[in-house]
Design a protein around this ligand. Structure first.
Ligand code: NDP
Length: 333
């Protein structure tokens, strides 16, 4: 155990794009667990788009991170000291300990995980929050039937990659939208989607039309903006839309204005936004299914790994710009 903790704090609230100056790296003592608490050495930090929202104090579904506080974040690591009888040193746990090397939490806020068949980092990806997001949005909102066409945007990413594979397992036609030929090749050849549209190729509408000969029955929307607008125009009557994220808007001060909203009426669409952390009762079922699929090699995923806490801000900014290829993680040991 090194004798110092390292933490990344929120140093400023961005207007528009996040920059390195919005974060501050600090050293400090390793915290001591109180009664019922556990000290964890974090091995992995998850970087997720929702963190952009927490950097802002605009009205949202969650409280912002306070200025000068440790950045919020999902972590996976190993118990060092436990004052909760349910945990012992060496246990592998997942929690929300934030952007820091060591963290303390009450035992009830930590989840013990089994790394025999599923690697620890996967509990932050396909067998963690992003996987459950895909599972919930697809099953509870899109409710796809065999033979229907399911489209997912940000298709090569942590959430999108799981959505398409779950849709394929249900006998659907899975179509992704992703940025660049390499991501699209991966989505089709390695994840098994039926098609993938590269929105950066400059002919989005034509390419969507070609990839969607039978229209869209289910849309799992991660991006928003122009791509979402173009997809609305390709929906079938009674299509279902799980509005999961709008990352195209997270860093802009001038959000895209939708032009095709009337298709919601014309096609009698169901459109529902959701926040996965508000459906905790579904997590155990979802995690069992996703864990089983990963352990059996039936759910493929990819990770972008930054090394060292000090590189977390750059990796986070990169993810918001699409530089990640798969789940963005920071390796802390
Ligand atoms: P990803 O791993 O998909 O990484 C983000 C990706 O978004 C980038 O790689 C990039 O892919 C794409 N992207 C970024 N900017 C743009 C843009 N302007 N236009 C199009 N694509 C863009 O992240 P996650 O899988 O973790 O998250 C995906 C979405 O799901 C996010 O919107 C996130 O906020 C949302 N989410 C929502 C949850 C909920 O409870 N509602 C829970 C978890 C995630 P590319 O190179 O292909 O453009």
């Amino acid at each position: 155990m090194t004798d110092q903790n390292q933490q990344i704090l929120l140093a400023g609230r961005p207007e528009g794009w996040v920059e390195a100056r919005h974060f501050r790296l600090e050293q400090g003592p390793i915290p001591e667990p109180g009664e019922g608490e556990v000290l964890v050495r974090n091995h992995w930090l998850s970087l997720d788009p929702y963190m952009r929202g927490r950097m802002s104090d605009a009205k949202s579904y969650a409280e912002p991170v306070a200025l000068g506080a440790v950045m919020v974040g999902g972590t996976a690591g190993e118990v060092v000291v436990s004052r909760d009888p349910h945990f012992k040193p060496g246990d592998q746990v997942v929690g929300m300990l934030g952007w820091q090397l060591y963290g303390v939490a009450p035992g009830r806020m930590l989840q013990k995980v089994d790394t025999t068949h599923v690697p620890l980092a996967a509990y932050l990806g396909p067998v963690g929050m992003p996987g459950v997001t895909a599972w919930y949005g697809l099953n509870a909102i899109c409710e796809p039937k065999t033979g229907e066409t399911v489209v997912v945007t940000a298709a090569s990413g942590a959430v999108g990659s799981v959505v398409g594979q779950l849709a394929k397992a249900k006998g659907c036609r899975a179509v992704g939208v992703a940025g660049g030929a390499e991501k699209c090749r991966y989505v089709v050849e390695e994840l098994g989607f039926d098609a993938c549209v590269d929105y950066k190729a400059g002919k989005l509408k034509d390419d969507l039309k070609a990839a969607l000969p039978r229209g869209v029955d289910c849309l799992f929307e991660n991006v928003g903006g122009e791509i979402f607008d173009a997809l609305l125009a390709r929906t079938n009557a009674f299509a279902r839309i799980a509005l999961c994220g709008m990352i195209a808007d997270y860093n802009t001060t001038d959000p895209y204005c939708m032009k095709n909203v009337r298709t919601v009426l014309i096609n009698r669409l169901k459109l529902q936004g959701f926040i996965v952390s508000e459906h905790m009762e579904q997590w155990p079922v979802a995690l069992r299914e996703l864990g089983g699929m990963v352990a059996a090699g039936k759910l493929h995923y990819r990770e972008s790994i930054a090394h060292g806490l000090e590189n977390a801000p750059e990796a986070f900014i990169g993810m918001l710009k699409g530089r990640n290829f798969g789940k963005q993680l920071v390796k802390l040991v």
